[in-house]
Write a protein that binds this ligand. Structure first.
Ligand SMILES: *[C@@H]1O[C@H](CO)[C@@H](O)[C@H](O)[C@H]1NC(C)=O
Ligand SMILES: *[C@@H]1O[C@H](CO)[C@@H](O)[C@H](O)[C@H]1NC(C)=O
Ligand SMILES: *[C@@H]1O[C@H](CO)[C@@H](O)[C@H](O)[C@H]1NC(C)=O
Ligand SMILES: *[C@@H]1O[C@H](CO)[C@@H](O)[C@H](O)[C@H]1NC(C)=O
Ligand SMILES: *[C@@H]1O[C@H](CO)[C@@H](O)[C@H](O)[C@H]1NC(C)=O
Length: 407
């Protein structure tokens, strides 16, 4: 009860101040909106982002509930506006409505399949720089730090992925229950979180999430907890059009990066190179089979190749996915290439040196151990062995070589 009264008071106070701040702007028709827990920062963010992107602020009805119809209407307008100059020919259709589920269309969907610390955050953010993209992030967070290779979890995990790609959030109680305790399940989906940050309950609302999702022409997902083999079942689903990006990284680089993550060490699927490299072999075999059966639905990408040549690689990738590069993507690429700023989880760090940091950060004994365990996986994916410490540290040592996916 107290919370409720408090809530109204805050709403009222905040609403008045917002009205004052925004007086004269076109947003004054939004009567009142829910303050976040960090009102000041939100206002600042709001003022900042408002210049770049049309921000949709949830409107609160007199009942205290958000006006969902209005949010959806405004989101639709926003997407339309942001894609006003988008050339839909690249996506194989004539107009926006051909790509939104709400209007009976099929979105351009992509799934990144990878494992922890393999560069998926960077790639995921590139795709999410597309306006009109709904980022499903990692739908399998609730399984914790495990790899799903088959039963007992494969069935529920696959059904979660499938439902989300179809924007069907019914019967997803476990997903929402986990999210209530772990908001990071939603925060990466910025175009969903834009609303939840003012009213968290919106993110736990399956009906709202489904309806919002269906407005977005581009849908991306990254999954680091499931192996490629299991994706075949989804590719066989005739109703579901999507493309897969399998992302691979040098196991020495992965293990180096995982050292800095405290979620990793106690969990064998994350901490044992033997398991990781067995997965790399399994992914190679699956990639080979899937490329044969579905040549235009799967592409493989090594993180190192992406980092060494971000622009060219992304251009190719967008072509494969059926996406036209927008100014917002160019801007993202411009600000994320060859810079070295930001904290440990910032993707601003991505540059040509990052993938090879392990050469100086790991001692040779550790590298040798990984190499012995991962010999076959490294060979398949084109990673060169370091023969000794001086070889490893020498300028002439190039850890990358050509690889082919043999059928
Ligand atoms: C949303 O848009 C539709 C069609 O443009 C309109 O009929 C409806 O009244 C709008 N709803 C709200 C709450 O603005
Ligand atoms: C859209 O792209 C197609 C294919 O590249 C091109 O032929 C067409 O002229 C473009 N349309 C516009 C309006 O730029
Ligand atoms: C959401 O709820 C409304 C009203 O209860 C219902 O008409 C609609 O079908 C639901 N939509 C979804 C996607 O569940
Ligand atoms: C990559 O592309 C962006 C956007 O076109 C550009 O601003 C940037 O300078 C390019 N970076 C490199 C390293 O070529
Ligand atoms: C280290 O490996 C390189 C390349 O195989 C080799 O030429 C060199 O002799 C080795 N050095 C030592 C100290 O074994």
């Amino acid at each position: 009860m107290f919370q409720r009264i408090n809530f109204y008071l805050i709403c009222f106070g905040f609403g008045v101040s917002v009205l004052l701040i925004l007086a004269g702007s076109r947003f004054t028709d939004n009567a009142v909106y829910r303050p976040g827990f960090e009102s000041h920062r939100n206002i600042k963010n709001y003022m900042k982002t408002e210049k770049e992107e049309l921000q949709v602020i949830p409107t609160i009805l007199s009942s205290g509930l958000p006006d969902i119809d209005k949010i959806l209407n405004k989101t639709k307008e926003k997407i339309k506006l942001e894609l006003a100059n988008y050339n839909f020919t690249y996506s194989g259709v004539r107009r926006l409505e051909d790509l939104t589920i709400e209007t009976g269309g099929q979105p351009i969907r992509s799934i990144i399949i990878s494992t922890w610390r393999s560069g998926t955050t960077f790639l995921g953010d590139i795709l999410n720089a597309m306006p009109g993209n709904f980022y499903h992030y990692e739908p399998l967070l609730r399984y914790d730090i495990i790899q799903i290779r088959g039963p007992p979890h494969s069935k529920s995990a696959m059904s979660t992925i499938k439902n989300m790609l179809k924007c069907n959030f019914d019967n997803m109680e476990e997903y929402f229950d986990y999210g209530k305790e772990h908001l990071n399940q939603f925060t990466h989906n910025i175009r969903l979180w834009d609303h939840c940050k003012y009213k968290k309950e919106l993110c736990f609302d399956s009906n709202f999430t489904s309806r919002l999702c269906k407005l977005f022409p581009f849908q991306s997902m990254k999954v680091v907890r499931i192996r490629l083999r299991l994706i075949r079942e989804l590719l066989e689903d005739k109703e579901l059009k999507f493309k897969v990006i399998l992302m691979i990284r040098d196991p020495r680089g992965v293990m180096e990066s995982r050292q800095h993550r405290d979620f990793c060490p106690p969990n064998p699927d994350c901490w044992n190179p033997e398991l990781m490299c067995a997965d790399m072999i399994s992914d190679y075999v699956s990639a080979s089979r899937l490329l044969k059966a579905y040549p235009d639905r799967l592409t493989v990408l090594r993180y190192e190749d992406l980092a060494l040549n971000v622009n060219e690689t992304v251009k190719e990738l967008f072509k494969f996915l059926g996406l036209n590069m927008t100014p917002s993507v160019m801007k993202f690429l411009n600000s994320h290439t060859n810079k070295n700023v930001g904290g440990p989880s910032s993707t601003f760090r991505v540059s040509r040196d990052v993938p090879f940091k392990w050469k100086t950060a790991l001692d040779y004994n550790h590298v040798e151990e990984i190499q012995m365990t991962c010999k076959e996986a490294m060979d398949l994916w084109g990673y060169e062995m370091a023969h000794n410490a001086s070889h490893m540290n020498s300028k002439s040592f190039n850890p990358l070589k050509q690889y082919v996916i043999e059928e």
